[in-house]
Design a protein around this ligand. Structure first.
Ligand SMILES: Cc1ncc(COP(=O)(O)O)c(C=O)c1O
Length: 397
Protein backbone atom coordinates (compact mmCIF):
# COMPACT_ATOMS: atom_id res chain seq x y z
CA UNK A 1 0.00 0.00 0.00
CA UNK A 2 1.22 3.45 -0.88
CA UNK A 3 1.61 6.62 1.12
CA UNK A 4 1.14 10.02 -0.48
CA UNK A 5 4.26 11.80 -1.66
CA UNK A 6 2.88 14.96 -0.07
CA UNK A 7 3.24 13.42 3.38
CA UNK A 8 6.38 11.48 2.65
CA UNK A 9 8.05 14.72 1.56
CA UNK A 10 6.88 16.56 4.67
CA UNK A 11 9.72 17.10 7.13
CA UNK A 12 9.28 16.48 10.85
CA UNK A 13 9.02 19.48 13.14
CA UNK A 14 12.37 21.24 13.62
CA UNK A 15 11.33 22.05 17.16
CA UNK A 16 10.97 18.44 18.24
CA UNK A 17 13.78 16.89 16.21
CA UNK A 18 16.07 16.40 19.20
CA UNK A 19 13.33 15.21 21.55
CA UNK A 20 14.58 11.56 21.66
CA UNK A 21 17.97 12.80 22.92
CA UNK A 22 16.31 14.94 25.58
CA UNK A 23 14.29 11.90 26.63
CA UNK A 24 17.46 9.82 26.95
CA UNK A 25 19.15 12.57 28.97
CA UNK A 26 16.19 12.57 31.37
CA UNK A 27 16.29 8.78 31.63
CA UNK A 28 19.94 9.12 32.66
CA UNK A 29 18.73 11.37 35.52
CA UNK A 30 19.63 14.76 34.03
CA UNK A 31 17.45 17.83 34.33
CA UNK A 32 16.85 19.39 30.90
CA UNK A 33 16.01 23.10 30.60
CA UNK A 34 13.65 23.45 27.66
CA UNK A 35 14.56 26.51 25.68
CA UNK A 36 13.45 24.78 22.50
CA UNK A 37 9.67 25.17 22.56
CA UNK A 38 7.20 28.00 22.89
CA UNK A 39 5.19 26.41 25.62
CA UNK A 40 4.47 29.20 28.16
CA UNK A 41 5.20 28.27 31.77
CA UNK A 42 2.82 30.98 33.05
CA UNK A 43 -0.04 29.49 35.09
CA UNK A 44 -3.29 29.32 33.10
CA UNK A 45 -5.67 31.97 34.55
CA UNK A 46 -8.06 30.74 37.25
CA UNK A 47 -10.93 32.12 35.14
CA UNK A 48 -10.28 29.32 32.66
CA UNK A 49 -10.77 26.59 35.27
CA UNK A 50 -13.79 28.37 36.75
CA UNK A 51 -15.28 28.53 33.25
CA UNK A 52 -14.59 24.83 32.77
CA UNK A 53 -16.36 23.95 36.02
CA UNK A 54 -19.40 26.02 35.16
CA UNK A 55 -20.02 24.14 31.89
CA UNK A 56 -23.32 22.47 32.72
CA UNK A 57 -24.79 21.02 29.52
CA UNK A 58 -26.20 17.54 29.97
CA UNK A 59 -25.21 16.34 26.50
CA UNK A 60 -21.80 17.10 25.07
CA UNK A 61 -23.07 17.77 21.55
CA UNK A 62 -21.60 19.32 18.41
CA UNK A 63 -21.76 23.08 18.29
CA UNK A 64 -22.24 25.14 15.14
CA UNK A 65 -19.43 24.38 12.66
CA UNK A 66 -18.54 28.07 12.39
CA UNK A 67 -18.19 28.36 16.16
CA UNK A 68 -20.64 29.42 18.86
CA UNK A 69 -22.09 32.90 18.32
CA UNK A 70 -21.05 34.08 21.78
CA UNK A 71 -17.37 33.30 21.08
CA UNK A 72 -17.43 34.86 17.61
CA UNK A 73 -18.83 38.02 19.24
CA UNK A 74 -16.29 37.89 22.06
CA UNK A 75 -13.41 37.64 19.54
CA UNK A 76 -14.92 40.51 17.57
CA UNK A 77 -14.96 42.69 20.72
CA UNK A 78 -11.45 41.60 21.69
CA UNK A 79 -10.00 42.55 18.30
CA UNK A 80 -11.60 46.02 18.54
CA UNK A 81 -9.22 46.76 21.40
CA UNK A 82 -6.45 46.66 18.78
CA UNK A 83 -8.43 48.64 16.20
CA UNK A 84 -9.14 45.50 14.18
CA UNK A 85 -12.77 45.42 13.13
CA UNK A 86 -14.40 42.13 12.12
CA UNK A 87 -18.08 41.43 12.73
CA UNK A 88 -18.90 38.10 14.44
CA UNK A 89 -20.08 36.76 11.04
CA UNK A 90 -16.63 37.41 9.58
CA UNK A 91 -14.97 35.28 12.26
CA UNK A 92 -14.82 31.47 12.41
CA UNK A 93 -13.58 29.48 15.40
CA UNK A 94 -10.83 26.99 14.62
CA UNK A 95 -8.83 24.30 16.38
CA UNK A 96 -6.03 26.67 17.32
CA UNK A 97 -4.30 29.01 14.93
CA UNK A 98 -2.90 25.86 13.28
CA UNK A 99 -6.25 24.93 11.75
CA UNK A 100 -6.77 28.52 10.57
CA UNK A 101 -3.47 28.25 8.69
CA UNK A 102 -4.44 24.88 7.22
CA UNK A 103 -7.78 26.31 6.04
CA UNK A 104 -6.01 29.29 4.43
CA UNK A 105 -3.57 27.11 2.50
CA UNK A 106 -6.29 24.70 1.36
CA UNK A 107 -8.55 27.51 0.16
CA UNK A 108 -5.95 29.72 -1.52
CA UNK A 109 -3.74 27.13 -3.18
CA UNK A 110 -3.85 24.20 -5.53
CA UNK A 111 -1.06 21.65 -5.43
CA UNK A 112 2.17 23.23 -6.68
CA UNK A 113 1.11 26.79 -5.84
CA UNK A 114 3.41 28.98 -3.79
CA UNK A 115 3.22 31.10 -0.66
CA UNK A 116 5.82 33.78 0.06
CA UNK A 117 7.17 33.96 3.59
CA UNK A 118 9.96 35.92 5.30
CA UNK A 119 12.79 33.57 6.19
CA UNK A 120 13.41 32.33 8.88
CA UNK A 121 9.77 31.38 9.47
CA UNK A 122 7.71 29.30 11.93
CA UNK A 123 8.69 25.77 10.91
CA UNK A 124 5.15 24.39 11.05
CA UNK A 125 4.28 26.71 8.15
CA UNK A 126 6.33 24.35 6.07
CA UNK A 127 4.83 21.21 7.63
CA UNK A 128 1.30 22.42 6.89
CA UNK A 129 2.17 23.78 3.43
CA UNK A 130 3.98 20.64 2.40
CA UNK A 131 1.14 18.39 3.57
CA UNK A 132 -1.19 20.47 1.31
CA UNK A 133 1.23 20.16 -1.63
CA UNK A 134 2.01 23.88 -1.37
CA UNK A 135 5.50 25.30 -1.77
CA UNK A 136 6.82 27.94 0.62
CA UNK A 137 9.04 30.45 -1.13
CA UNK A 138 11.20 32.48 1.25
CA UNK A 139 12.27 36.09 1.04
CA UNK A 140 15.42 36.66 2.98
CA UNK A 141 15.86 38.67 6.13
CA UNK A 142 19.08 38.76 8.11
CA UNK A 143 20.24 38.67 11.72
CA UNK A 144 22.29 41.81 10.95
CA UNK A 145 19.05 43.77 10.39
CA UNK A 146 17.29 42.16 13.36
CA UNK A 147 15.30 40.18 10.73
CA UNK A 148 13.43 43.27 9.52
CA UNK A 149 12.25 43.42 5.91
CA UNK A 150 14.83 45.32 3.83
CA UNK A 151 12.70 46.69 1.02
CA UNK A 152 9.74 45.98 -1.21
CA UNK A 153 12.00 44.52 -3.92
CA UNK A 154 13.20 41.77 -1.57
CA UNK A 155 9.58 40.57 -1.36
CA UNK A 156 8.81 41.01 -5.07
CA UNK A 157 11.81 38.92 -6.09
CA UNK A 158 9.99 35.76 -4.98
CA UNK A 159 6.71 36.40 -6.81
CA UNK A 160 5.97 33.99 -9.68
CA UNK A 161 2.86 33.06 -11.65
CA UNK A 162 2.17 30.44 -8.99
CA UNK A 163 2.32 32.77 -5.97
CA UNK A 164 -1.01 32.94 -4.16
CA UNK A 165 -0.29 34.59 -0.81
CA UNK A 166 2.18 36.30 1.50
CA UNK A 167 2.32 34.78 4.97
CA UNK A 168 4.10 36.04 8.09
CA UNK A 169 3.77 36.04 11.86
CA UNK A 170 3.84 39.41 13.60
CA UNK A 171 5.43 39.43 16.17
CA UNK A 172 7.46 36.66 14.65
CA UNK A 173 8.18 33.17 15.72
CA UNK A 174 11.14 32.39 15.42
CA UNK A 175 12.83 35.84 15.35
CA UNK A 176 10.78 38.04 17.68
CA UNK A 177 10.78 40.79 15.05
CA UNK A 178 7.81 43.20 15.16
CA UNK A 179 7.16 44.71 11.75
CA UNK A 180 6.80 48.47 11.51
CA UNK A 181 3.94 50.03 9.58
CA UNK A 182 6.44 50.75 6.76
CA UNK A 183 7.29 47.07 6.45
CA UNK A 184 3.60 46.13 6.52
CA UNK A 185 3.00 48.71 3.81
CA UNK A 186 5.63 46.96 1.64
CA UNK A 187 3.81 43.63 2.09
CA UNK A 188 0.47 45.31 1.42
CA UNK A 189 1.74 47.02 -1.74
CA UNK A 190 3.12 43.80 -3.20
CA UNK A 191 -0.05 41.89 -2.35
CA UNK A 192 -2.25 44.62 -3.81
CA UNK A 193 -0.26 45.04 -7.02
CA UNK A 194 0.16 41.31 -7.66
CA UNK A 195 -3.33 40.34 -6.42
CA UNK A 196 -2.15 38.05 -3.65
CA UNK A 197 -3.77 37.09 -0.38
CA UNK A 198 -2.14 38.11 2.90
CA UNK A 199 -2.18 35.69 5.82
CA UNK A 200 -1.39 37.70 8.93
CA UNK A 201 -0.64 35.38 11.84
CA UNK A 202 -1.06 37.50 14.96
CA UNK A 203 -1.04 34.88 17.71
CA UNK A 204 1.63 36.88 19.64
CA UNK A 205 0.00 40.28 19.01
CA UNK A 206 0.06 41.55 22.60
CA UNK A 207 3.61 40.41 23.36
CA UNK A 208 5.38 43.55 22.15
CA UNK A 209 8.09 45.21 24.25
CA UNK A 210 9.73 48.56 24.95
CA UNK A 211 6.44 50.42 24.57
CA UNK A 212 6.34 49.77 20.81
CA UNK A 213 2.83 50.36 19.48
CA UNK A 214 1.59 47.25 17.69
CA UNK A 215 0.34 47.82 14.17
CA UNK A 216 -1.74 45.21 12.38
CA UNK A 217 -1.77 45.16 8.59
CA UNK A 218 -5.55 45.46 9.03
CA UNK A 219 -4.98 49.21 9.39
CA UNK A 220 -4.08 49.40 5.67
CA UNK A 221 -7.48 49.74 4.06
CA UNK A 222 -6.74 48.84 0.45
CA UNK A 223 -5.84 45.21 1.27
CA UNK A 224 -8.89 44.36 3.42
CA UNK A 225 -10.23 42.00 0.72
CA UNK A 226 -6.82 40.30 0.40
CA UNK A 227 -6.45 39.78 4.13
CA UNK A 228 -6.98 36.72 6.29
CA UNK A 229 -6.28 37.19 9.99
CA UNK A 230 -5.15 34.22 12.08
CA UNK A 231 -5.39 34.36 15.85
CA UNK A 232 -5.28 32.03 18.84
CA UNK A 233 -5.71 32.04 22.59
CA UNK A 234 -2.85 29.54 23.10
CA UNK A 235 0.05 31.86 23.95
CA UNK A 236 -1.82 34.92 25.17
CA UNK A 237 -3.59 33.07 27.99
CA UNK A 238 -1.22 30.12 28.35
CA UNK A 239 -3.87 27.66 27.13
CA UNK A 240 -2.00 25.84 24.36
CA UNK A 241 -3.89 22.64 25.22
CA UNK A 242 -7.34 24.16 24.83
CA UNK A 243 -6.98 24.52 21.01
CA UNK A 244 -9.05 27.64 20.46
CA UNK A 245 -8.16 29.89 17.55
CA UNK A 246 -9.90 31.82 14.80
CA UNK A 247 -9.74 32.89 11.20
CA UNK A 248 -11.30 36.17 10.05
CA UNK A 249 -11.72 37.82 6.68
CA UNK A 250 -13.80 40.49 4.97
CA UNK A 251 -13.57 38.53 1.71
CA UNK A 252 -16.96 36.94 1.07
CA UNK A 253 -15.62 34.40 -1.45
CA UNK A 254 -13.09 33.16 1.09
CA UNK A 255 -15.76 33.01 3.80
CA UNK A 256 -17.94 30.72 1.71
CA UNK A 257 -15.03 28.27 1.39
CA UNK A 258 -14.08 28.55 5.07
CA UNK A 259 -17.62 27.43 5.96
CA UNK A 260 -17.17 24.27 3.87
CA UNK A 261 -13.99 23.34 5.74
CA UNK A 262 -15.62 24.15 9.10
CA UNK A 263 -18.47 21.83 8.15
CA UNK A 264 -16.09 19.07 7.05
CA UNK A 265 -14.83 18.74 10.63
CA UNK A 266 -18.31 19.36 12.09
CA UNK A 267 -17.38 21.34 15.18
CA UNK A 268 -14.53 22.39 17.44
CA UNK A 269 -14.63 21.47 21.15
CA UNK A 270 -17.87 22.69 22.69
CA UNK A 271 -16.48 22.78 26.24
CA UNK A 272 -13.41 24.73 25.20
CA UNK A 273 -15.43 27.28 23.26
CA UNK A 274 -17.61 28.09 26.26
CA UNK A 275 -14.58 28.16 28.53
CA UNK A 276 -12.79 30.54 26.15
CA UNK A 277 -15.55 33.07 26.86
CA UNK A 278 -14.24 33.37 30.42
CA UNK A 279 -10.73 34.07 29.11
CA UNK A 280 -11.79 36.83 26.76
CA UNK A 281 -13.49 38.63 29.66
CA UNK A 282 -10.22 38.94 31.62
CA UNK A 283 -9.09 42.60 31.78
CA UNK A 284 -6.22 43.56 29.44
CA UNK A 285 -4.10 44.31 32.52
CA UNK A 286 -3.61 40.51 32.81
CA UNK A 287 -2.06 40.30 29.34
CA UNK A 288 0.04 43.38 30.08
CA UNK A 289 1.46 41.70 33.17
CA UNK A 290 2.34 38.61 31.12
CA UNK A 291 3.99 40.86 28.54
CA UNK A 292 6.07 42.55 31.26
CA UNK A 293 7.21 39.17 32.53
CA UNK A 294 8.44 38.13 29.08
CA UNK A 295 10.08 41.50 28.56
CA UNK A 296 12.09 41.03 31.75
CA UNK A 297 13.16 37.58 30.53
CA UNK A 298 14.07 38.90 27.11
CA UNK A 299 16.26 41.56 28.73
CA UNK A 300 18.04 38.95 30.83
CA UNK A 301 18.54 36.54 27.91
CA UNK A 302 20.00 39.32 25.75
CA UNK A 303 22.21 40.62 28.56
CA UNK A 304 23.74 37.17 29.04
CA UNK A 305 24.02 36.20 25.36
CA UNK A 306 25.68 39.51 24.43
CA UNK A 307 28.55 38.67 26.79
CA UNK A 308 29.24 35.17 25.44
CA UNK A 309 32.23 35.19 23.12
CA UNK A 310 31.38 34.52 19.48
CA UNK A 311 27.60 34.63 20.00
CA UNK A 312 25.73 37.11 17.80
CA UNK A 313 22.23 38.36 18.59
CA UNK A 314 19.96 41.38 18.15
CA UNK A 315 17.26 42.51 20.58
CA UNK A 316 13.90 40.99 19.59
CA UNK A 317 10.92 43.33 19.96
CA UNK A 318 8.21 40.77 20.66
CA UNK A 319 6.96 37.17 21.10
CA UNK A 320 9.26 34.99 23.23
CA UNK A 321 11.88 33.76 20.80
CA UNK A 322 15.17 34.78 19.35
CA UNK A 323 17.67 33.43 16.87
CA UNK A 324 21.28 33.39 18.04
CA UNK A 325 24.29 32.77 15.84
CA UNK A 326 26.84 30.54 17.61
CA UNK A 327 30.57 30.12 17.04
CA UNK A 328 30.07 26.55 15.76
CA UNK A 329 29.88 25.12 12.22
CA UNK A 330 26.96 22.83 12.91
CA UNK A 331 24.49 24.07 15.52
CA UNK A 332 22.40 20.90 15.28
CA UNK A 333 25.39 18.76 16.18
CA UNK A 334 26.17 21.12 19.07
CA UNK A 335 22.56 21.04 20.37
CA UNK A 336 22.57 17.24 20.20
CA UNK A 337 25.96 17.09 21.96
CA UNK A 338 24.61 19.28 24.80
CA UNK A 339 21.97 16.60 25.40
CA UNK A 340 24.18 13.54 24.98
CA UNK A 341 27.59 14.58 26.28
CA UNK A 342 27.46 17.70 28.40
CA UNK A 343 26.01 18.72 31.74
CA UNK A 344 26.76 20.89 34.74
CA UNK A 345 25.55 19.67 38.13
CA UNK A 346 23.45 17.04 36.35
CA UNK A 347 21.67 19.66 34.28
CA UNK A 348 21.69 20.45 30.58
CA UNK A 349 19.72 22.53 28.09
CA UNK A 350 17.79 21.94 24.89
CA UNK A 351 17.60 24.43 22.00
CA UNK A 352 16.06 24.15 18.54
CA UNK A 353 18.67 24.13 15.76
CA UNK A 354 17.65 27.00 13.48
CA UNK A 355 18.16 25.27 10.12
CA UNK A 356 14.62 23.87 10.29
CA UNK A 357 13.33 27.46 10.20
CA UNK A 358 14.93 28.07 6.80
CA UNK A 359 14.23 26.64 3.34
CA UNK A 360 17.91 27.12 2.56
CA UNK A 361 19.15 25.10 5.53
CA UNK A 362 22.74 26.35 5.13
CA UNK A 363 21.58 29.81 6.25
CA UNK A 364 20.65 28.52 9.69
CA UNK A 365 23.52 26.07 10.05
CA UNK A 366 25.32 28.00 12.83
CA UNK A 367 22.16 29.32 14.47
CA UNK A 368 19.77 28.21 17.19
CA UNK A 369 16.27 29.36 17.96
CA UNK A 370 15.66 29.75 21.64
CA UNK A 371 12.50 30.50 23.56
CA UNK A 372 12.35 32.18 26.95
CA UNK A 373 9.39 30.40 28.46
CA UNK A 374 11.18 29.49 31.70
CA UNK A 375 11.88 31.57 34.82
CA UNK A 376 14.73 34.11 34.93
CA UNK A 377 16.54 31.91 37.44
CA UNK A 378 16.33 28.89 35.10
CA UNK A 379 17.30 31.00 32.09
CA UNK A 380 20.47 32.05 33.88
CA UNK A 381 21.37 28.43 34.65
CA UNK A 382 20.52 27.24 31.14
CA UNK A 383 22.57 29.97 29.45
CA UNK A 384 25.51 29.27 31.77
CA UNK A 385 25.40 25.68 30.47
CA UNK A 386 25.40 27.08 26.92
CA UNK A 387 28.41 29.29 27.62
CA UNK A 388 30.48 26.54 29.24
CA UNK A 389 29.30 23.99 26.66
CA UNK A 390 30.56 26.18 23.81
CA UNK A 391 34.03 26.32 25.38
CA UNK A 392 34.28 22.54 25.82
CA UNK A 393 32.71 21.70 22.43
CA UNK A 394 35.00 24.08 20.54
CA UNK A 395 38.12 22.90 22.38
CA UNK A 396 37.27 19.34 21.26
CA UNK A 397 36.49 20.25 17.66
C1 LIG B 1 3.62 31.81 14.73
C2 LIG B 1 2.68 30.77 15.20
N1 LIG B 1 1.51 30.64 14.59
C3 LIG B 1 0.61 29.71 14.95
C4 LIG B 1 0.88 28.84 15.98
C5 LIG B 1 -0.16 27.81 16.29
O1 LIG B 1 -0.57 27.82 17.59
P1 LIG B 1 -1.98 27.17 18.04
O2 LIG B 1 -2.37 26.16 17.04
O3 LIG B 1 -1.71 26.59 19.38
O4 LIG B 1 -2.92 28.32 18.09
C6 LIG B 1 2.10 28.92 16.66
C7 LIG B 1 2.46 27.99 17.73
O5 LIG B 1 3.56 27.92 18.21
C8 LIG B 1 3.03 29.91 16.26
O6 LIG B 1 4.21 30.07 16.85
Amino acid sequence: MLISNRIKNTKISAIRKLTPFAKEAKQKGLKVYHMNIGQPDVATPKEYFEGLKSYDKKVLGYESSEGIDELRSAFSDFLKKNNIYYSPEEIYITNGGSEALLFSFLIMCDEGDEILVPEPYYSNYNTIASSCGVKLVPFKTSIDDGFHIKNKESIELGVTAKTRAILYSNPSNPTGVVYSINELQMIADVAYEKELYIISDEVYRELVYDGIKYESIFSIEKIRENLVLVDSLSKRYSVCGSRVGMIATKNKNLREEIVKLCQSRLSTSSVEQYTALSLLKIPMSYIESVRDLYQERRNEVCRILEKIEGVKIYKPEGAFYLIASLPVDDAEDFCKWLLTDFSINNETVMFAPAEGFYIDRELGKSQIRLSYCISVEDLEKALHILEEGLKVYNSKN
